[in-house]
Design a binder for this molecule. Structure first.
Ligand code: NAD
Length: 252
């Protein structure tokens, strides 16, 4: 087992879904977790779940699309826990569902701001701390939509392809300085995001599941386990990789 006890992690989008579950699994292994989310309610709930189980975390509200907010969550984590060993750069939104020719431009820009600029700002300011401290590990959340086209969600697909570009580029820039950068590419995963996509319709969910070789959504727990592995020392030789976790969806 990797010993990551007493390490420090930042998790963005930690107020629900994949980010919450990863925060919990990290905390259970003794990691001190900075829980970052736009939602005060979601973020505080994640911290409560962790603290009630006897582990350590604190909440920082931030919009990851704001450079100032990102600088703030990085500084606040270093002030509170002294360093940053691990970074799960995960917050993201789905945007609207519409063909490209009709896609609302304001929503296109919002998806770019949060999913792509947010991922970039997070990497930029966390990398500065990791470089000073001599190493670290980053996992970025891409998507199956970062590997193949996704009709109806053009900016989402564009940003997730972009996250993979940032991942691979940063690997070449920082591997020699003890920093690993990997990405995960989840397929449909049972979180609020998929509920919004399918608008709570069981029929729509079944239609999505029928296109997945495994025949079902992934769970946030399954995705979190992969992230915890990639963040830890057992994955030390893994760098610049993009892991589909999608029940075989992108193998077709
Ligand atoms: N659920 C899926 O099927 C799926 C598939 C592939 C990739 N992903 C990706 O996984 C990541 C996590 O999504 P999830 O499925 O857990 O969804 P979710 O909606 O449950 O969680 C997203 C979290 O991000 C937070 N957030 C949204 N905008 C933010 C902002 N500007 N600043 C800070 N926090 C913000 C939300 O408040 C929420 O807590 C996203 O990047 C998403 O694109 C999800």
């Amino acid at each position: 087992m990797t010993n990551i006890e007493n390490k420090v992690a930042i998790v963005t989008g930690a107020g629900s879904g994949i980010g919450r579950e990863t925060s919990i699994q990290l905390a259970e292994k003794g990691v001190r977790v900075a829980v970052v989310d736009l939602s005060v309610e979601g973020g505080n709930e994640t911290v409560s779940l962790i603290k009630e189980a006897g582990f350590e975390a604190f909440f920082i509200q931030a919009d990851v699309g704001s450079r100032e907010d990102v600088k703030h969550y990085v500084e606040k984590t270093v002030d509170t826990y002294g360093t940053i060993d691990m970074f799960f750069n995960n917050a993201g939104i789905e945007g609207a569902v519409s063909p490209l020719a009709e896609y609302p431009e304001d929503i296109f820009e919002k998806v770019i701001d949060i999913n792509l600029k947010g991922a970039f700002y997070g990497m930029k300011y966390v990398l500065q701390v990791m470089l000073e401290n001599g190493g670290g590990s980053i996992v970025n959340t891409a998507s199956n939509a970062g590997l193949v086209g996704s009709p109806g969600v053009s900016p989402y697909a564009a940003t997730k392809h972009g996250v993979i570009g940032l991942t691979k580029t940063a690997t070449g820039e920082y591997a020699s300085q003890g920093i690993r950068v990997n990405a995960i590419a989840p397929g449909p995963t049972a979180t609020g995001m998929m509920d919004r996509f399918t608008q709570g319709s069981e029929e729509a969910k079944k239609a999505v599941e029928s296109g997945i070789p495994a025949g079902r959504y992934g769970t946030a727990k399954e995705v979190a386990s992969l992230v915890v592995f990639l963040l830890g020392d057992e994955a030390n030789i893994i760098n610049g990789a993009v892991y589909p976790i999608d029940g075989g969806l992108t193998s077709l």
